[in-house]
Design a protein around this ligand. Structure first.
Ligand code: F0G
Length: 471
């Protein structure tokens, strides 16, 4: 996609076209935190935005996970919770919703996405097998590695370039994948780990053409495809907007077609499915289902609740149906694009095309004077918080962690600071505040110094690592 066609797409998303298809019935007050208090809070948190107290945050763009506002229908559903240990009616509603909207046959509930990742990784990966994926996600890769798998990135190379305007930067590079299969042998490939959209690439989608071709390739070698469906609804919306032949199809229709090319999926319901907690795993193969259902009772809870309360499952079943409505998705992604356009207009370097759930600031382009060992994206997240009270998160070298074999830092090509937009929570005026805050940090970028890591946990270090400013 060229820059001008990207702008044209932006114009289709003028201010009115994405107006929210809801009005506000209940509000939660925000606290404006003074500059002095923010400096203190940042220091206490070791310059890690995950360690801030939410009390000290003004606009919270740490994540779009579990931070959505539920609808009045979902809250009404909470009151219909059937808290029976076994066979809760809410589970069957959830099962019906997953079958109807995603099209998979057998459903296993889990407490959240990583619970599902744990189960599927333990059941389908044999020690030493490769797991090719369209880029890594932190918890996904870790569960695959803990199960003995070896992650291999097979996303198209465009995904590693923040300014490349490819409309489907989440696509799998089928040549890279086939080379791996031929090199290592088909018996050494556990499954294809496919995510739509790709979080770490900037919320970038996979095209229908790509997943169809992937299915054909995998059929030839008898390799299953399991989908990380966490933001697959947003992926379906991008297909509707960008791919030939889909503009008259509904998001729900596109979602079902996409899932039909895969053998199963795991889900962090805290994103697309509009709930504050929950997850699921769904497959079409009964033997696999049987194994997963056996595992779920060990780690999550009985197979008809998997770590969720009955009321959570009811809110989730309703959230699945709400989340796929075209006007909802248009407004959700439209708000992200709105913020992206403000920043692009000010020539602030962000990942383009703008993805579905977040703006990703290109920290390498902000701080050309910092090396990656000085944690540019961590620095940017800390700066933005200190300057404005807006909380984002690092998605760069800290998130990438260390290579399990060499113990050295992994140096990802993308060094990004993510501003994730919760669904149905903030207004357009909040987006204006965020854009101005980013601009302020951008304007003082040359005076900004980097960070050094002074505490590093063993797993998923980005959550709890601590830093100090380099003097
Ligand atoms: N897969 C993707 C693509 C995710 O973005 C996440 C979580 C998970 C799996 C794990 O799900 O949190 O429910 O256990 N992403 C959050 C984020 C944490 O902020 O992007 P979970």
């Amino acid at each position: 996609m060229t820059s001008s066609s990207y702008k044209t797409m932006g114009q289709q998303f003028g201010r009115r076209s994405w107006a929210e298809p809801w009005k506000i019935k209940m509000v939660e007050p925000l606290r404006m935190v003074s500059h002095e208090d923010r400096l203190l809070a940042a220091e206490e948190a070791g310059y890690n935005t995950f360690l801030l107290r939410s009390h000290d945050v003004y606009i919270d763009l740490l994540t779009d996970s579990g931070t959505s506002a539920m609808s009045d229908r979902q809250w009404a559903g909470i009151m219909l919770g059937d808290e029976s240990y076994a066979g809760s009616r809410n589970f069957y509603h959830l099962e019906d919703a997953v079958r109807d909207y995603y099209g998979y046959q057998y459903v296993v509930p889990t407490h959240q996405g990583r619970g599902a990742e744990h189960l599927i990784s333990q059941v389908v990966i044999k020690q030493g097998q490769y797991v090719p994926a369209n880029m890594y996600f932190t918890t996904t890769r870790l569960h695959q590695e803990l199960a003995g798998g070896i992650f291999v990135d097979v996303i198209i190379s465009e995904a590693h370039d923040p300014s490349n305007l490819h409309p489907f930067k989440g696509n799998v590079d089928l040549n890279k994948l086939e080379d791996l299969i031929k090199r290592e042998g088909v018996e050494n490939i556990a499954f294809i780990s496919l995510a739509g959209t790709v979080n770490m690439a900037g919320g970038q989608p996979v095209s229908m053409e790509n997943v169809r071709a992937l299915r054909e390739l995998c059929d030839r070698y008898c390799i299953p495809i399991y989908l990380d469906a966490t933001r697959m609804v947003e992926n379906a919306f991008f297909i509707q907007q960008r791919e030939d032949g889909y503009k008259d199809k509904s998001v729900a229709e596109i979602l079902r077609e996409f899932c039909s090319y895969t053998d199963g999926a795991w889900m962090s319901a805290k994103k697309d499915n509009l709930v504050n907690i929950g997850g699921w795993l769904a497959v079409n193969n009964h033997d696999l289902f049987d194994k997963l259902r056996n595992m779920v009772v060990v780690y999550e809870g009985l197979h008809t609740y998997g770590g969720m309360a009955g009321r959570d499952m009811e809110a989730l079943a309703i959230g699945i149906a709400e989340g796929v409505q075209d006007d909802h998705v248009r407004s959700r992604v439209g708000q992200v694009l709105y913020l992206g356009r403000l920043l692009i207009d000010w020539d602030i370097p962000i990942v383009q095309p703008v993805g579905g759930h977040a703006i990703f600031l290109d920290a390498k382009a902000f701080y050309t004077h910092l090396s990656q060992d000085q944690f540019p994206a961590q620095t940017l997240a800390a700066q933005l918080y200190q300057e404005s009270g807006v909380r984002g998160m690092e998605r760069g070298i800290v998130s990438a962690g260390r290579d399990p074999k060499t113990g050295k830092h992994r140096y990802p090509a993308l060094e990004l600071t993510r501003l994730a937009i919760p669904r149905r929570v903030y207004t357009q005026a909040h987006m204006d505040v965020v854009a101005e805050a980013v601009k302020k940090v951008f304007d003082i970028r040359q005076q900004t110094r980097g960070l050094k890591m002074v505490y590093e946990p063993e797993y998923l270090r980005f959550f709890q690592a601590r830093f100090e400013p380099i003097p």
